[in-house]
Design a protein around this ligand. Structure first.
Ligand code: BMA
Length: 293
């Protein structure tokens, strides 16, 4: 089972005329709300710093962009940029986890909004360790907020961990839930891509994996609904791998890397970065994906 690429990819490219997004526009988070697609993308500027840009769409393929970033580095943990946003809706708020990058290292941070323009910032939520690829589950499970994240110890392989919280700020119960698989496409490091989708069969996770040759692909796994630390099934084959020109060549060759997806009339729309340079989208029927496990 493979995702179907949109023929008009890439849907966002860097814009020369705007310094802040002139080097790359990739790795986007998405939320679909009241039939509008809200896309927050990682824009890299001439200065090498990442900021977040905002685009909206009625159909998920054609986007209108703002000319200014909506989220910019702030404070000592973001001096080198804000990267790779992931968003979930909980109640009337949208919560965004993202990577704060500075001389202190790479940290998971949190912010919230209800309009994508103004933000409440909570700062670093997983202190003291190099860490990224954090996604929140879109609802509390057994009275706790739940997150998947990916610590980066000195030696690989790097796997996906789970953590729990009462207030979204203090996290505990950290435990490995999935590790890279030797000899396969995800042998060196893996990390959550989109926030998990709730399905009848379990929490569907789309994740990225890299191998020894630094090729980034996307794969799928299912976790138990009531106990999301329990890995039920994992597909052996990737659902998307670099093949097209815009995935093979860019800032980092051979990369498909996703931070967001949404459900649209029985399909998943998966947004992904091509070669750390442009934003693309690919789709799949929800049944087709679930039946492929
Ligand atoms: C990861 C992140 C992503 C990037 C990917 C491939 O570690 O930095 O932003 O897309 O590597 O280069």
């Amino acid at each position: 089972m493979k995702l179907r690429r949109y023929q008009g990819n890439p849907i966002l490219k860097p814009k020369r005329e705007n310094d802040w997004e002139s080097a790359a526009a990739f790795n986007a988070a998405v939320v679909r709300d009241s039939s509008i697609f809200h896309l927050l993308y990682r824009a890299r500027g001439k200065d090498g710093i990442s900021r977040l840009g905002y685009a909206v769409s009625k159909d998920g393929f054609n986007f209108l962009r703002l000319d200014k970033p909506v989220f910019e580095p702030e404070g000592e943990f973001e001096t080198l940029g804000c990267e790779d946003p992931r968003i979930v809706r909980m109640g009337d708020e949208f919560y965004m986890t993202y990577t704060a990058y500075s001389k202190h290292g790479i940290r998971v941070s949190l912010a919230a909004t209800n309009n994508f323009i103004t933000w409440r910032r909570y700062g670093v939520i997983l202190p003291d360790v190099e860490n990224k690829d954090a996604v929140l589950f879109p609802e509390k499970i057994g009275d706790k907020y739940v997150m998947l994240h990916r610590p980066m110890p000195e030696k690989e392989p790097w796997g996906i961990w789970i953590a729990y919280s009462d207030n979204l700020l203090d996290w505990g119960g950290h435990k490995v839930v999935m590790m890279p698989r030797e000899g396969l496409w995800d042998s060196v490091r893996i990390g959550a891509a989109c926030p998990p989708f709730k399905t009848e069969e379990g929490w569907l996770l789309i994740y990225h994996g890299a191998d020894e040759r630094e090729i980034y692909r996307l794969g799928t796994a299912l976790f138990a609904l009531a106990n999301p630390s329990l890995l039920l099934r994992q597909q052996e084959e990737p659902i998307l791998e670099p093949e097209e020109e815009y995935e093979l060549h860019g800032q980092h060759p051979n990369v498909v890397f996703s931070c967001g997806g949404c459900e649209v009339d029985g399909s998943y729309y998966i947004y992904y970065g091509g070669a750390d340079f442009v934003t693309c989208v690919a789709t799949v029927g929800e049944d087709v994906l679930l039946n492929s496990f």
